[in-house]
Design a protein around this ligand. Structure first.
Ligand code: SAH
Length: 213
């Protein structure tokens, strides 16, 4: 998702109280430095305009949420929605997810959501996919032992690739479906922006839940 030329988006982000800036100082200190409590921390990597993670934050005040997005022009859309909200259990980071280990300490994160991640269809870009072995090993360095990663996509080739990477990396596939909205797992499902669109178009949504070895 890329919205070009959103005027002043970098400046807006620099001045916004919900966007965490001094990231190296937060590593290992999110609980006391940012949230002022020891509630679990769940993150969404590639949150887009933030519909999903902001809905979760509303529903679960006892969980802290962090939305990560690499493009300022997209992140500002989430910040606009925050202007009308009173949520205290959510923050945002503008960053490239590759650097995630510089921001969170081992075991600091309790759950990771990946929703409709960029497919990077060319083989030579496989390492950039957010469910590649390379990314799985980065996640292993920031989550707790039993933490779950929950991945949704409409993109079947990306999903099949991800199933392979999970197996090759020795991660545990807790459950998966190739058609979330016609499965028992749909109960309690929170829709993302992309998901709403794809479901309207009648596309099946794939979902997997995994834990590290
Ligand atoms: N999760 C949202 C948006 C999906 S589009 C939804 O389901 O509606 C994927 C988003 O991930 C885009 O906004 C893109 O900019 C972001 N993204 C992709 N790769 C990323 C990366 N490596 N680091 C951070 N954000 C990334």
């Amino acid at each position: 998702m890329r919205l070009r030329n959103v005027k002043g988006s970098r400046e807006t982000i620099a001045a916004n109280e919900w966007v965490v800036k001094d990231l190296p100082a937060c590593k290992g200190h999110w609980a006391e430095r940012i949230f002022n409590n020891t509630n679990p921390i769940h993150i969404e990597i590639g949150m887009g305009k933030g519909q999903f993670i902001m809905e979760l934050a509303r529903l679960n005040p006892d969980i802290n949420y962090i939305g990560i997005e690499k493009y300022s022009s997209v992140l500002v859309r989430a910040l606009e929605k925050m202007e009308e909200s009173t949520l205290t259990n959510i923050r945002f980071i503008r960053m490239e997810a590759e650097n995630i280990q510089e921001v969170f300490a081992p075991g600091e994160i309790d759950q990771i959501y990946l929703n409709f991640s960029d497919p990077w269809p060319k083989d030579r870009h496989a390492k950039r996919r957010l469910t590649s072995k390379e990314f799985l090993s980065r996640y292993a360095n920031i989550i707790k032992k039993e933490s779950r990663i929950i991945f949704k996509t409409d993109n079947r080739p990306l999903f099949d690739f991800s199933l392979e990477q999970v197996e090759e990396s020795g991660w545990n596939l807790i459950n998966h479906t190739f058609d979330l909205h016609n499965s028992k797992y749909v109960e309690g499902n929170i829709m993302t922006e992309y998901e709403t669109r794809f479901v309207k178009e009648g596309k099946p949504i794939c979902r997997m839940v995994i834990t590290q070895p």
